[in-house]
Ligand binder design. Structure first.
Ligand code: NAG
Ligand code: NAG
Ligand code: NAG
Ligand code: NAG
Ligand code: NAG
Ligand code: NAG
Ligand code: NAG
Length: 905
């Protein structure tokens, strides 16, 4: 440890990257340098391969007092940081100046009608001073001290700041109370070994971007109010969920709340999950990401400077900064911290059907039979809460759902699966001795208590309920035993965990909100959100983690019960949720607008490391129409998690419920999905292995193309398949953006040679536009009724040649359900490529799994000239060639487990 001297210079000049002669001594760390300049300026710069500069900013101090108006007015509106963000408060000059802030009302804001705050911080508002800076193994540590009281109670005087360069591309900045411990999120960040790191990809030109600049507004660190603001290097900001918004966030004075909440998706509301992570596309096409690891109720205020303010009402300021430099790497680096998503079972990628209000097991069963009858692919049938007796978990309505066990047996006989809903609320009103889950839960003390140490009672579907405390390991054991007892009656395969924000139909609890400080924080966030607080001390900190903890308990129970990969879909989510579950986007309406919102929702969850995501196809509440449902089935066939789900008392919306024409179109859309499952499954493997996205925003693949930055009506599967759905009623065309390059129509192989333009395409009601990107090889398989069949069908490989006549693709294959198949080596991995008129399949890893799968057809799109001869492993072979430059070689019967080559000249 080396103590660090304050320097005398007043320079605030930013040193250039790699410059050694700045007025300050860099700490001796290979990648991280810190300079402490005059006036309390701390600057931390990360020098990445000598080209990247990253700056934390400065934390400064000056005299407190009412600032002179002239100084206030001179602050540009976009740079006014809100000093009075309290909702439902009319900010007066008196209130504002009592905080030592500038007050400039709307007239003086040059007639501006936007959200420019009237009360904002002067540039010299008092904050913390940095001192005692020492070098540590990975960075530096110092103390921040505050001399003047701020205006929130229990202002913490002395903080510890640590800045650590944990990997070449990840910085960890943590600000905590220097003297006493505070709530921290129990997230285990895996140690990063050099080996596991993703390679650093040098940019062609130096990246001298200031990613964070925290100098414009003061740092606050009181017991129940923590705030830090930063300028952003651009307005291209993504992430920050769960909210309903465009994929690209608006920075027009837009405040987003983070508090898990049961509410139908509505713009500007905080929704079911909490993901304090954002990704920014910088002006150069490079990307970085920031994650605030904090589980308390919080808020992010965005303003057009562009700037961002974090406000949280508990915990610590624990930031991870990911340097990318491309968006795929940012998301991978984020998942190195929160954990990579679980590998789903293969059947989980099939089509799922559900509704609330089938009314009986027989009606549910009839739907499955109708699907089979029309040969529409389906892997899983689900039930909502109506299967239960009085909506109580782990019960079956014996009158209406008496045949449920037989139905599940029948599903299994057909290679299909059963998933049912479970809510966390456990009915507390049954006579003692009649409801094991509650009786046993009470006995074992697994429920969340109120301040008097009694189980806290709220209200959900079954009426009054207690809430399991999933932070307690005893609760996991009790949950497992409940599931085990139920599984012996209904041998379910997957679980849908709903209402786990946790939802409560009452205000706080049956006793209302407590009077304690935790139910009445000095900075009340959105009253709609605090309303749902359950008033125990831990819950204040744990509320946002509830869905994560329940998913963890459920996944571990399912593994014990089935000894196969668990399949779980959760409504509430938190960072690292992908390790345990997928997510659906909640209780949408059957409307065109809601269908369109599903794409930004899905893409945001790709950023959050929860690739298994989809919306309720055809819409949950409200009544769908045949046209809407047809379009939605086409789009939903490309949700990574594909489920049609409906509410009670609405018309049926399962495919058999529609006209023959609509039904056929829906069936065809699902058959395309089933054809593409080998590709989708391989994408999930990459997500599981290293955090690649599955449903991918266009700009991830074209980060230099600014036109892609706001696209959220189209998306990619992986790098190679572009999906352009119709999102409007009454049209038979669609406009889609095609980044520069060659794109081939999935169905015909016809070429689109784009210069980076919007193109209008035919889109009759029975057609969804799909395009393969140049240079891609897609492994596809003949579809079947369900994955158990399709997995055994012959494959067709589709190669879409690049301008240079190359293509690349891969296939991950295993038995589709074993735990840790990859870790145990029980898989096959194949790489396909085309170079110099030769297609090769190379087997890089092989086990018995792939031997019975054959490759039957190779289709090559973009073969410029008709070949004279085609050879397969050196042997001449018949072929067909179409004038739209499509070469097809059929009847191959090649074993997937052996390498082969196909040549044309
Ligand atoms: C830095 O080192 C000095 C001297 O050992 C020590 O007094 C000080 O507390 C250290 N600072 C921090 C933040 O630990
Ligand atoms: C931070 O932002 C302020 C205000 O725009 C600017 O004066 C200062 O130079 C910035 N600091 C760095 C390191 O870019
Ligand atoms: C369900 O169907 C089975 C066989 O078709 C029949 O025996 C049973 O009574 C039905 N159950 C209900 C609850 O309708
Ligand atoms: C709740 O109180 C019961 C006793 O009433 C106790 O056994 C249990 O441990 C408490 N639970 C929690 C989470 O504190
Ligand atoms: C695509 O367009 C570019 C630019 O016009 C041209 O150079 C290229 O040859 C075209 N490629 C094909 C396969 O038509
Ligand atoms: C394509 O396959 C051949 C033969 O297996 C191999 O030599 C070549 O390196 C591969 N090219 C690419 C880009 O993977
Ligand atoms: C169930 C429900 O009504 N959900 C919401 C779906 O989204 C729209 C806005 O897009 C909301 O207004 C609805 O409340």
């Amino acid at each position: 440890m080396k103590s660090y001297q304050k320097l005398t210079t007043d320079s605030t000049q930013v040193p250039e990257a790699g410059e050694d002669n700045v007025d300050g001594r860099p700490l001796c760390h290979q990648k991280l340098s810190a300079w402490w300049l005059g006036g309390g300026l701390l600057m931390v710069a990360a020098l990445l391969s000598g080209v990247t500069v990253w700056v934390l900013g400065q934390i400064w101090w000056s005299q407190h007092g009412t600032p002179p108006l002239a100084k206030c007015v001179s602050i540009p509106e976009d740079l006014r940081f809100d000093c009075y963000p309290e909702r439902n408060t009319v900010v007066t000059q008196e209130l504002c100046e009592a905080r030592g802030c500038c007050f400039v009302d709307s007239e003086q804001s040059s007639g501006s009608t936007n959200g420019v705050p009237w009360c904002f911080y002067p540039p010299d508002f008092p904050s913390y001073t940095l001192g005692s800076v020492n070098e540590t193994e990975l960075g530096l540590v110092g103390f921040l001290t505050r001399k003047a009281k701020a205006y929130y109670p229990k202002d913490i005087e002395k903080l510890q700041l640590s800045v650590e360069f944990e990997t070449d591309t990840r910085l960890h900045v943590k600000i905590t109370d220097a003297t006493s411990p505070r709530n921290e999120v129990p997230l285990e960040v895996p140690p990063v070994t050099k080996k596991a790191e993703t390679p650093y990809i040098p940019l062609s030109s130096p990246r001298r971007t200031v990613l964070l600049n925290t100098t414009m507004a003061p740092l606050f660190f009181a017991d129940q109010f923590l705030q830090i603001s930063t300028l952003l290097p651009s307005s291209y900001l993504y992430g920050l969920g769960e909210h309903r918004s465009n994929f690209l966030h608006s920075l027009e004075w837009n405040t987003l709340t983070f508090w898990a909440r049961d509410v139908p998706p509505t713009e500007s509301f905080n929704l079911y999950g909490v993901h304090p992570f954002y990704l920014v596309m910088e002006k150069t096409g490079a990307a970085h990401g920031v994650f605030l690891l904090n589980s308390n109720a919080m808020e992010v205020a965005l303003q057009p400077a562009p700037a961002l303010t974090w406000r949280t009402i508990g915990g610590v300021l624990d930031f991870y900064i990911f340097l990318g430099p491309d968006p795929n790497l940012v998301v991978q680096q984020y998942q190195q911290v929160i954990g990579f998503p679980a590998m789903p079972p293969y059947w989980g990628l099939g089509f799922h059907l559900c509704r609330w209000g089938y009314g009986s097991s027989n009606e549910t069963w009839e739907t499955v039979k109708a699907m089979r009858n029309f040969q529409i692919p389906q892997d899983a049938q689900w039930n909502d809460i109506d299967y239960m007796e009085g909506y109580r978990d782990f019960t079956v309505d014996s009158q209406k759902f008496g045949a449920l066990p037989q139905m599940v047996e029948d599903l299994h006989k057909h290679g299909q699966y059963y998933v049912m809903i479970l809510d966390p609320g456990i009915s507390s009103t049954q006579p003692p001795g009649s409801y094991w889950p509650y009786d046993e839960g009470l006995k074992r003390g697994v429920f969340i208590n109120n301040t008097q140490g009694e189980p806290l009672i709220g209200k959900v579907w079954p009426g009054l309920t207690a809430y399991p405390d999933f932070s307690n390991p005893d609760t996991h054991q009790w949950w497992l035993e409940n599931l085990n007892r139920f599984h012996s009656i209904v041998p379910f395969d997957g679980i849908w965990i709903d209402m786990n924000e946790p939802s409560d139909f009452m205000d706080g609890s049956s006793e209302g909100c407590s009077q304690g400080k935790l139910d009445n924080p000095p900075y009340g966030l959105n009253p709609c959100s605090t309303r749902e607080s359950i008033g125990t001390s831990a819950h204040y900190n744990l509320h946002n983690l509830y869905g994560l903890m329940e998913a963890k308990a459920t996944a571990s129970a399912l593994i014990k019960l089935r000894e196969k990969r668990p399949f779980i879909i959760s409504r509430s989510t938190f960072p690292s949720q992908g390790k345990y579950s997928g997510h659906w986007l909640g209780d949408n309406r059957s409307s065109w607008k809601d269908m369109a919102w599903s794409i930004p929702g899905m893409l945001s969850f790709s950023l959050f490391g929860i690739p298994l995501v989809g919306a309720d196809i055809c819409g949950f509440s409200g009544s769908t129409s045949e046209e809407l449902c047809t379009r939605w089935m086409q789009l939903g066939a490309f949700y990574p998690f594909s489920r049609n789900h409906n509410t009670q008392d609405e018309k049926a919306q399962d495919p058999p419920a529609f006209s023959p024409a609509a039904r056929t179109t829906m069936k065809e859309a699902l058959e395309i999905r089933y054809s593409l499952l080998p590709y989708l499954y391989s994408l999930f493997h990459r997500a599981h292995l290293q955090g690649d996205t599955v449903a991918r925003p266009l700009f991830f693949e074209f980060p230099k193309d600014v036109a892609t930055y706001s696209i959220d009506k189209q998306f990619l599967w992986g790098r190679g398949l572009l999906v352009t759905p119709v999102l409007d009623p009454g049209v038979d065309w669609v406009v889609g953006y095609f980044p520069r390059g060659l794109w081939y129509d999935y169905y015909t192989g016809s070429l689109v040679n784009s210069s980076g333009e919007n193109l209008k395409m035919a889109a009759p009601l029975d057609h969804i536009n799909l395009h393969i990107r140049e240079g891609t090889i897609l492994p596809t398989q003949k579809p079947g009724c369900c994955t158990v069949i399709s997995r055994g069908n012959p494959m067709r490989l589709i190669a879409a040649l690049s301008q240079n006549a190359n293509a690349w693709g891969d296939l991950y294959w295993d038995d589709g359900e074993s735990l840790d198949a990859f870790a145990k080596g029980d898989y096959s991995y194949l790489v396909f490529n085309v170079t110099q008129n030769t297609f090769t399949s190379a087997v890089l890893h092989s086990n018995v799994e792939a031997t019975h799968v054959t490759v039957d057809v190779l289709t090559v799109y973009g073969v410029g000239e008709e070949p004279k001869i085609v050879t397969v492993n050196g042997k001449e072979w018949p072929f067909s060639y179409l004038t739209n430059q499509v070469l097809t070689v059929s009847d191959l019967q090649l074993s997937l487990s052996q390498g082969f080559s196909i040549q044309w000249k």
